[in-house]
Write a protein that binds this ligand. Structure first.
Ligand SMILES: NC(=O)c1ccc[n+]([C@@H]2O[C@H](COP(=O)([O-])OP(=O)(O)OC[C@H]3O[C@@H](n4cnc5c(N)ncnc54)[C@H](O)[C@@H]3O)[C@@H](O)[C@H]2O)c1
Length: 336
């Protein structure tokens, strides 16, 4: 990496979960040079050790060390990325997946918070919005220090799709996916631009057709990309690893980048939920919303997305209530 991008002090990053996403993230981080100390924590210590041996044999070429650690090693970490968790199995409901991964978070997050009370938690485990909300509650951290990778991944995919459609480098396409990292996400067409021009104006200027159907197909491919990749190779790992490194970049370099990441807040009238909207990121975390002037239709789609995440959070909280409390609630006579 160029020296200008290289952090000038020792930066420790801990990755909890040395599975496919965790290890690919460690490798991307190693190549990027953002961290000087990369620690992997996994319940399967032997697996983590094998991965670390493989990664660390050439780590000196990248001026970083990679090691297996435990929760004590989270102390003074600039960020702790959580990738531990299971993937959705065929036939499994989303709520079942949430219950399993929530149980894991209940074990992991308090330990991270105990050893690294000032760190920034970055959540990648799915369903990422619900678990970002869970990590916020379980850590007791302020909301800017609990960040879900959210639709940063979908936004990158969307720019890739639009770039391909228009024959433009995705870096020159400004367009975002907001809401849930999942089926209710929405593409913000009203604010998408190329070279400072709304897409319709760009088409007029470039003398090309504004093909609404083809553009909708770009958004559909974005939403379905993970399903398609999983169908073909069984998992997704490279894209998300690059995205996680790009989320760490403004944190480590304190550079106020705007990214669509998930954090807890009130969105389109739905309170206490986590979803992705553009946020400013620096060493304090995702510290500031960058409000979008959404169209009426987009605002309603965002509300639906927020509500669908909130429904899962509510079902999870219901499931977690002690049995007596549940019984009491059902026995209570209705108020006149
Ligand atoms: N946010 C995104 O864009 C995105 C993309 C891809 C995958 N994911 C999610 O990331 C998660 C991990 O996916 P993967 O493909 O790496 O799975 P994986 O099965 O390859 O790895 C999961 C790892 O977690 C470890 N683990 C389980 N319980 C643990 C615990 N209590 N403490 C520490 N480690 C524990 C396992 O031993 C395993 O090594 C899944 O929830 C997946 O859906 C998110």
């Amino acid at each position: 990496m160029p020296d200008s991008k290289r952090p000038n002090k020792a930066i420790k990053v801990v990755i909890v979960g040395a599975g496919s996403v965790g290890v690919t993230t460690a490798y991307a981080l190693l190549l990027d040079g953002l961290a000087s100390d990369i620690v992997l924590i996994d319940i399967d210590r032997n697996r983590a050790l094998g991965e670390v041996m493989d990664l660390s044999h050439a780590a000196h070429l990248h001026k970083a060390r990679v090691r297996v650690g435990d929760y004590e090693d989270c102390e003074n970490a600039a960020a702790v990325i959580i990738t531990a968790g299971v993937n959705q199995k065929p036939g499994q409901t989303r709520l079942d997946l949430v219950k399993t991964n929530y149980a894991l978070f209940r074990d992991v997050v308090p330990r991270v918070a105990h050893h690294a009370p000032d760190t920034i938690i970055v959540v990648a485990t799915n369903p990422v919005d619900v678990l970002t909300h869970a990590a916020y509650k379980l850590s007791g951290f302020p909301r800017e220090r609990v960040i879900g990778s959210g639709t940063a991944m979908d936004t990158t995919r969307f720019r890739h799709e639009l770039g391909k459609h228009f024959g433009v480098n995705p870096r020159n396409v400004h367009a975002v996916i907001v809401g849930e990292h999942g089926d209710s996400q929405l593409a913000v067409w009203s604010l998408a631009t190329i070279s400072g021009m709304r897409l319709r104006d760009y088409c007029t200027a470039a003398g090309i057709e504004y093909d609404e159907k083809a553009l909708e197909a770009c958004a559909t491919r974005t939403k379905e990309a993970a399903y398609e990749i999983i169908r073909r190779k069984g998992k997704t790992n490279y894209g998300v690893a690059s995205v996680l490194v790009s989320v760490l970049q403004p944190i480590v370099t304190d550079s106020d980048a705007i990214m669509t990441v998930s954090r807890v807040g009130s969105y389109a009238g739905v309170e206490d939920v986590a979803l992705s909207m553009p946020c400013k990121l620096n060493r304090h975390g995702a510290y500031q919303d960058v409000p979008l002037l959404l169209s009426e239709e987009e605002r309603e789609a965002l509300r639906r997305s927020a509500q669908s995440i909130k429904d899962v959070i509510t079902s999870l909280e219901e499931h977690l209530k002690p049995a007596e409390e549940k019984a009491e609630a059902t026995e209570k006579p209705e108020q006149a």
